[in-house]
Each structure stands twice: as C-alpha cells, then as structure tokens.
Design a protein around this ligand. Sequence first.
Ligand SMILES: [Zn+2]
Ligand SMILES: [Zn+2]
Length: 154
Amino acid sequence: MGWSIGFDEHWKRDIGYGVPAYCDHPDCKEKIDRGLSYVCADEEPRGGDGCGLYFCPKHLGYCTDEFTSCCERCRDGKEPFEPKSEHPEWIAWKATDPSWAKWRKAEAKKKAKALPPIAAAISARPSRTQRTALRDSSYQQAPVLRNHRRFEEF
Ligand SMILES: [Zn+2]
Ligand SMILES: [Zn+2]
C-alpha cells in the first residue's frame, strides 16, 4: 500500500496519493496525484534507477528490460525532467487547511531564520500595489507616522 501524504527528500516535494499534482512531463497539464500508480518506475520516493517523478498514464507509457512503466527520459537513460511546480489546489490546501497549521508555523520560522535581518526587512516591505494603495490613502499625509513604522519594521 502507498500512503496518503509523505515527503520525498530527493525532490523536496510532498508525495502520496493525497497530493494532487501535474504530470511532470513538460508539455503536459494532466492532473494526477503523487501516488504509487503515477510514479516513474514504481519508485516512491526516488531510490533506484527511476527518476521518482510522477506522470500521467500517457507519459508513463514506456517500458524497458528493467522497468515495466517509466517516463521517456528513464527509457532513454537520460537525466530526469525538471520537476513541475506544485498544483494550485495543493498550494491552496497547504495554505489554508487546519491540518497544515503546524507546518505553516514551522515554515515561517525557517524563513525568518534563513534570511539575514536586512533581507527579512526587505521582504517585509509592502509590495508595489500595496505601496500605491498607501500613497493614495491618507497614510501618505502622515509622514512622521510612516517613518516611525518603517523604523519598527527594522
Ligand atoms: Zn523517469
Ligand atoms: Zn502527462
């Protein structure tokens, strides 16, 4: 049996049949999940000779003496495809579902630690649209207050 959600240390991605994903073939937008039925060369997580990426049935439709089903890169003995970015559904799920609250906290901590203080302050700056909104609001008419707040952010 597979498992619903796990983590692939090699590709640094969530895996398992509970994870909606795009087929990892560059020309394909097919929605699959990262369960055992979609993994290249039956390897989950990446271990032996398969690439450990996930493909729709069409792009997993190759076989060699070694593999019963694999992607075209593994069939040709080439370097793996670039792994696709996460499916929006999965990103939204992780960002909002209560079961991921702990993970979100840990990620925020990691990020805060990873950035040197200046970089953290820059990334905490309002975005261009936010700045435009601020400029257009009464906020702009209170420069002292704004500078004060900037200072606090550092
Ligand atoms: Zn492969
Ligand atoms: Zn595909």
